[in-house]
Design a protein around this ligand. Structure first.
Ligand SMILES: Nc1nc2c(ncn2[C@@H]2O[C@H](COP(=O)(O)OP(=O)(O)O)[C@@H](O)[C@H]2O)c(=O)[nH]1
Ligand SMILES: [Mg+2]
Length: 244
């Protein structure tokens, strides 16, 4: 029996790239999967373009203040539509659908619950800018140590989640998580197996990254507070994960 897979594209004001992203998926995806776009209340024409392209979509009525809100919706959608695997692509076309099989295979082989596409294993393609790499490296080390699992590309959204991970985050874990980093620590405490695979990412061609100067300053402070918050809830996370 083949796995039921959904690929969800995160969109916020990606009018210049969203169609390239959809086209790349349709023409080059290395897996068979349904396609859904989650729009985080874009103010440009991107949602219209998605509608014109005839892709299924979910449109948030209000912006959730960052991409984590899209991932929550995507996990809930995957759960309520009974998918075995949810693959995530960013709408800025940085993630290559031709590499999706790399994310899905460890799940099909029963080796992982969450697979992260990491650009820092083979160090090819877009590597992000220096200060962000320093942040990813520092917090990656901290999270890897606390989680007991090696994570090199903490902020990579290019991921696949299996049924256990989908179910845990959609159904059991009701608390807030703001960032990718915090989410991975929660996952590790819940006993979910995280695995990284090497991928090559493209640089963003247009639009703006959500990591601007203010976020770069806030990131280490927020991350430390949220990591501390997760540590305090460690016991409870373990308890609810037993209900999986
Ligand atoms: N800036 C921003 N991006 C969002 C939001 N919601 C969803 N996204 C999408 O999240 C994805 C990743 O964002 P991006 O800024 O490229 O992150 P980066 O690649 O890690 O620098 C993109 O596909 C955005 O369109 C939001 O509220 N703000
Ligand atoms: Mg991006």
């Amino acid at each position: 029996m083949s796995a039921k897979i959904v690929t969800i594209i995160s969109n916020f004001n990606e009018q210049r790239e969203i169609l390239n992203c959809i086209r790349a998926f349709r023409e080059t995806a290395s897996i068979t999967a349904d396609l859904v776009v989650v729009d985080n209340s874009s103010s440009d024409r991107s949602l219209e373009l998605v509608q014109e392209a005839g892709v299924d979509y979910i449109a948030h009525a209000v912006n959730t203040g960052g991409s984590a809100g899209v991932i929550k919706t995507a996990l809930q959608y995957s759960h309520s539509h009974d998918y075995d695997i949810y693959c995530h692509l960013d709408g800025d076309n940085q993630h290559d659908p031709a590499q999706l099989h790399k994310l899905v295979q460890p799940i099909l082989d029963g080796e992982a619950d969450i697979v992260i596409g990491s650009r820092f294993i083979e160090k090819e393609g877009f590597q992000s800018f220096f200060f962000r790499r320093v942040g990813i490296f520092t917090f990656g080390g901290l999270i890897s140590w606390l989680a007991g699992q090696k994570i090199t590309d903490l902020t990579s959204g290019f991921r696949a989640y299996n049924r256990r991970a989908i179910s845990f985050f959609a159904r059991q874990y009701r608390h807030e998580y703001e960032a990718c980093a915090q989410m991975l620590l929660i996952a590790a405490f819940a006993g979910l197996r995280i695995r990284e695979v090497p991928v090559v990412m493209r640089p963003r061609q247009s639009g703006k990254s959500e990591f601007n100067l203010i976020k770069m300053i806030k990131f280490p402070i927020y991350s430390l507070i949220s990591i501390f918050g997760v540590l305090l809830q460690r016991k409870r996370i373990k308890e609810i994960s037993h209900a999986l």
